[in-house]
Design a protein around this ligand. Structure first.
Ligand code: SF4
Length: 379
């Protein structure tokens, strides 16, 4: 199992309570961004392009607690920026543990060894370490030579001290599926609890605009990566969300499922877009024009989006919304290895070397020439 039973029970009972209350728009994971500052400058990131006076600002622990209490989600993800750069991150975590929230502290791990003494191991706290693949891929993706070794070293330290550790990996166009699968083997050998994956979102502010995945290419890439799974791979993702990424299911976006709170307030409508801010969570839910978002809406900013923060809550909602969804989740968790001969052929396709950016120069396999055609579609 990649997630403790107590966490699964907390999430399941919370979702069932929302269903019984017939609440349609409920939060599952709060994305709490206490700051935008970072000690990396990744080419695919849109978060650190703010002017200096914004990057200097941060949420106080009290502001974080107010947002968490207002929202009520059972899980709190703390991305950024780099949360370990926040001078009171230990107080924030302590306050959330006291509230019995399951916390995913997302970090590039550059500061993890230095700051790990600030935290105590508990089932409520997981270090979710950003690793974008094997060494060459990760170092190129984060534009930092040696970043992979530092992160892996910190993971070992955290595991030795008894912390829960997962990885989070963002994949861009040109990702080599064979290498990604080898990366899964490496992470399982390291002993982490589970792996989280998402396709990159095309932030308008990100320096590298060429390598964001369209929907059809996302499905091809994830079909190649996630079919024919090794038995020991553990993912920190809903099985139905993974089937969605592989093109086996369709979901509409539920951006309220993972609302974002940061120094500007409650971000409309989601972690990725900034169409204004609400002062309270209630105002966010009431006043956001939700029908204007998601792939069906025709909003060009949503056309190619399949990211975790928009669609994983949709998959979880499906699990608890129908018997079919529940059975499919159990099968996907316990039995399914997704045998697929076509996906094996995708893995054997030749690597194309072209005019790629440094982000994808090494070990680059384009899987765009596979025999099966996938429509680039909003469906
Ligand atoms: S489709 Fe993506 S960008 Fe659009 S609202 Fe959903 S999560 Fe946000």
């Amino acid at each position: 199992m990649s997630v403790p039973v107590s966490q699964m029970w907390t999430v399941a009972s919370y979702v069932l309570r929302q269903k019984l209350a017939r609440r349609k728009q409920y939060p599952l994971v709060l994305m709490l961004e206490p700051l935008f500052r970072c000690n990396l400058a990744c080419a695919g990131c849109g978060k650190i392009q703010y002017p200096a006076h914004v990057l200097k600002r941060q949420l106080t622990p009290e502001e974080c607690f107010r947002a968490v209490d207002e929202c009520g989600a059972p899980v709190v993800s703390i991305p950024g920026g780099e949360p370990l750069m926040h001078p009171e991150i230990d107080k924030i975590v302590e306050g959330l543990v006291a509230r019995k929230k399951y916390i995913y502290l997302c970090t590039n791990a550059l500061l993890l060894k230095e700051k790990i003494h600030l935290f105590k191991p508990t089932k409520y706290l997981t270090f979710s370490v950003h690793l974008d693949g094997q060494k060459e891929h990760h170092d190129f993706a984060v534009c930092r030579e040696g970043g992979y070794e530092i992160a892996v070293d910190a993971i070992r330290e955290a595991l030795d001290r008894g912390f829960r550790v997962t990885t989070n990996t963002t994949l861009f166009d040109g990702a080599d599926p064979k290498s990604v699968r080898a990366f899964f083997d490496d992470m399982m050998e390291l002993g982490i609890e589970g792996m989280m994956l998402s396709p990159g979102y095309s932030y308008e502010k990100a320096p590298d605009q060429q390598h964001f995945l369209g929907r059809a290419r996302t499905r091809r890439l994830f079909r190649a990566i996630l079919s024919n799974r090794e038995k020991n791979w553990r993912f920190n993702l809903s099985p139905l969300f993974m089937e969605f990424l592989m093109g086996k299911r369709h979901y509409a976006c539920t951006p309220w499922g993972m609302p974002t709170y940061n120094i500007f307030g409650w971000q409309k409508p989601c972690y990725l877009l900034q169409d204004g801010y609400a002062d309270t969570f209630d105002e966010l839910i009431r006043e956001t024009a939700w029908e204007s978002y998601g792939t069906e809406s025709g909003n060009p900013h949503c056309a190619n989006c399949m990211v975790h923060s928009g669609y994983e809550a949709s998959a979880v909602n499906d699990t608890f919304g129908s018997l079919n969804g529940f059975v499919a989740t159990v099968k996907g968790t316990l039995f399914h290895r997704y045998r697929d001969e076509g996906a094996l052929r995708l893995l054997d396709e030749p690597v194309e070397h072209g005019q790629q950016s440094p982000l994808v120069k090494i070990g680059n396999a384009q899987i765009g020439n596979a025999t099966e055609t996938f429509e680039e579609t909003r469906a």
